[in-house]
Design a protein around this ligand. Structure first.
Ligand code: PEP
Length: 256
């Protein structure tokens, strides 16, 4: 099988208006080199209101950073006030869409079923989902990490074909490590990412399991990226806080 190309994704959450977004991407592009882009896929996931500005910038400056979104609705259109449909994102050259981030699950009530509908809608619009999974601290301490994470993976992938699963991205993000400064140890992160891959093997077969890219997320910073990326089942990172600063984010992309 072909080696998996790592993907480093910056989830900006509800930060940076479109002016700040342009500045951040300009700075990032100034830092990153051709060698970086050859070795690593890079995506930025700004708020919806920034997407058009960033699309224009990436195109006009020929910057090989992929555009990403943080969320979407599962229908293609309709009476869903305040929502954004996958085809609208595809039209803006969005490549990756995050589905089921723990903040969406916890603060906005997204169930495994809703997350699965979003994943399928993203695939249908020919974009790549980044399906987020992860356990709470309580679940970890009660020994429930494996059940929680494998259950979220199974539910998230329901109804997809093996090739579709192989082409997507799964982000393992222990909730207790998100925005807390507390990172999973490289060994713990590797163990759960290996479990994610084993679950993919069960539901979609060996080819999909070898191809699917699995990111680790949770307080990834320039100082801890290398040891996480060295793990065999970790194929990149989903970065929150440290992606807001172009220098920090570039240093993560340049962990090698
Ligand atoms: C995230 O929200 O996906 C995340 C990993 O955040 P942080 O890097 O800030 O922990």
């Amino acid at each position: 099988p072909e080696p998996r190309k790592p993907l480093i994704s910056g989830n900006w959450k509800m930060h940076h208006n479109h002016f700040e977004a342009i500045q951040t991407v300009q700075k990032l592009a100034y830092r990153l080199t051709k060698d970086d882009y050859e070795a690593v896929d890079v995506s930025v996931h700004p708020p919806f209101t920034d997407l058009r500005s960033i699309q224009t910038l990436l195109q006009s400056e020929e910057i090989p950073v992929a555009l990403g979104a943080q969320n979407c609705h599962w229908e293609e259109k309709g009476a869903f006030t305040g929502e954004v449909a996958p085809p609208m994102l595809a039209k803006l050259d969005v490549t990756y869409v995050i589905a089921g981030h723990s903040e969406r699950r916890e603060l906005f009530g997204e169930t495994d079923d809703v997350v699965n509908q979003k994943v399928r809608a993203i695939v249908k619009s020919e974009m790549t989902p980044i399906l987020c999974v992860g356990e709470t601290l309580e679940e970890r301490e009660a020994g429930g990490t494996e059940d929680k994470v494998s259950g979220q993976v199974r539910a998230g992938l329901a109804g997809l074909k093996a090739e579709q699963v192989g082409a997507m991205v799964i982000a393992y993000e222990p909730i207790w490590a998100i925005g807390t400064g507390r990172t999973a140890t490289p060994d713990d992160a590797q163990a759960t990412c290996a479990l994610v891959r084993a679950t993919v093997r069960e539901v979609a077969g060996g080819d999909a399991a070898e191809a699917v890219r699995i990111q680790y997320g949770g307080s990834v910073k320039p100082g801890n990226a290398a040891e996480l990326m060295a793990q065999p089942d970790i194929d990149g990172a989903l970065v929150g806080g440290a992606s807001l600063d172009a220098d920090d984010f570039a240093r993560i992309v340049q962990w090698r």
